[in-house]
Design a protein around this ligand. Structure first.
Ligand SMILES: Cc1cc2nc3c(=O)[nH]c(=O)nc-3n(C[C@H](O)[C@H](O)[C@H](O)COP(=O)(O)OP(=O)(O)OC[C@H]3O[C@@H](n4cnc5c(N)ncnc54)[C@H](O)[C@@H]3O)c2cc1C
Length: 381
């Protein structure tokens, strides 16, 4: 029984690692010739970290990343609107959110996978369902492989999904985002904090991802696919965020231009099904969300956990229906809440109302919602 994973991003690598741990036969194919040194960070929430603990990579993630003890949604001057100390999560799980460089996360997952099971420079082209019940996969270089089950972990622009569900659609959120990582010593009082500063229809996020390495993101409303003149991107950001805290301007000015990425923010119009027959989508391929709750990667990691455990409990059977039943409700909540949070952050009118709501939202309610988000079911094995 062979499982073939397409895409060695966060979801594909976590799934490969989970299969490896459970002795589930697999092979994983990635179109890129090498791992990308993408200049961006990622916040790993405690639900993702519980899975990474189960996969026995948590210690390395802690070592390579930076623990966030306090998450603040604030005004442009860094003053808090909503401020959640993470101690309660630390008490329950033994850790809080970790902010880490994406390349470091990908590398540490990649390095754990036996090299005879992971194939780079192998772009998935198409699949064909054979009469035998197997699936034939063709790659960009015209080579082929056969498999019993196919798992599309090839991200928001998934080719597996496009063939499986040709009617699926990406949704543009109306927002575009720049991200950067810069070598900079933060004042110690900010070192273990995660900030998202909400201004006038724009916002800026900050967290250290490793000692003296700071990740930032800047989000504005924009037409889709608008192009930057790379030479002036820093000036553009400086002028957009001119009235933010001096730290924001310093982060922008000290980031090398080649370390600044720009992406439109999209999600995937929810699919009625993530699977058909022996083919299933996971992570962004099946349920991409906007990044406003910092949960897209975490949900891809959760997929790895649930899928591998369900396969382990039902050896040889098709578990994709069970998998979707188990995951669908939480993923739907994330996609919807994230979409509406993004809209609220950029409200044109009612900024005062927005700030009032944030400031007066009872902490207990926020914490309860966060605990729900971080919950992971336990399997007996
Ligand atoms: C601005 C921004 C900030 C974010 N911040 C956070 C955060 O703080 N926390 C969080 O949890 N999530 C965050 N996310 C979401 C997170 O990045 C994604 O949800 C996550 O990367 C999804 O993982 P994935 O493995 O499904 O897809 P991806 O990470 O996109 O990986 C897909 C992989 O498939 C490969 N691939 C594509 N096509 C093919 C093909 N044809 N053949 C073979 N391989 C292929 C790609 O090269 C890639 O390696 C953020 C997203 C954005 C845009």
């Amino acid at each position: 029984m062979m499982y073939t994973i397409i895409g060695a991003g966060i979801g594909g690598l976590s799934t490969a690692l989970a299969f490896e741990a459970k002795g589930i036969p697999y092979q994983i194919f990635e179109k890129a010739p090498a791992l990308n040194e993408v200049g961006a960070g990622i916040w790993l929430a405690p639900n993702a970290l519980q899975v990474l603990e189960d996969l026995q990579v948590l210690e390395e993630v802690k070592e390579k990343g930076n623990a966030i003890d306090r998450i603040t949604i604030g005004k442009p001057d860094l003053s808090p609107l909503s401020d959640i100390q993470q101690d309660i999560f630390k008490d329950k799980y033994g850790f809080t959110t970790i902010s880490i460089h994406r390349a470091a996360l990908q590398k540490l997952l990649f390095d754990k996978i036996p090299k005879d099971k992971i194939f780079l420079n192998k772009g998935f082209q198409s699949f064909k369902e054979l009469k035998s019940g197997k699936i034939e996969i063709t790659f960009n270089d015209t080579s082929k492989t056969e498999t019993n089950f196919l798992i599309g972990a090839d991200g928001i622009n998934s080719k597996v999904r496009n063939q499986l569900f040709p009617d699926s659609r990406r949704r543009y959120s109306g927002q575009t985002c720049w991200r950067g990582v810069v070598d900079l010593k933060l004042d110690e009082k900010y070192a273990h904090r995660g900030f998202e500063l909400w201004g006038n229809q724009i916002r800026f996020g900050i967290s250290e991802v490793a000692k003296d390495k700071v990740y930032w993101f800047a989000v504005i409303l924009s037409a889709e696919n608008s192009e930057d003149d790379k030479r002036f991107v820093k000036e553009k950001l400086q002028s957009l965020f001119f009235d933010f805290h001096p730290l924001v301007l310093k982060l922008i000015s000290e980031t090398p231009v080649h370390q600044i990425l720009k992406n439109d923010i999209n999600d995937l119009k929810p699919l009625p099904n993530w699977y058909k027959g022996n083919i299933c989508l996971i992570g962004d391929a099946g349920h991409a969300t906007t990044p406003n709750m910092g949960q897209g990667g975490a949900q891809a990691i959760e997929d790895a956990y649930y899928l591998s455990n369900l396969i382990n409990e039902n050896t040889g059977k098709n578990v994709f229906k069970l998998f979707q039943e188990q995951r669908h409700k939480k993923v739907k909540t994330v996609v919807n809440q994230s979409w509406s949070t993004g809209k609220m952050a950029h409200w044109k009118y009612g900024k005062r109302m927005r700030n009032f709501i944030l400031k007066n939202m009872p902490k207990k309610i926020i914490e309860k919602k966060m605990f729900e988000m971080y919950h992971i079911d336990k399997f007996q094995n």
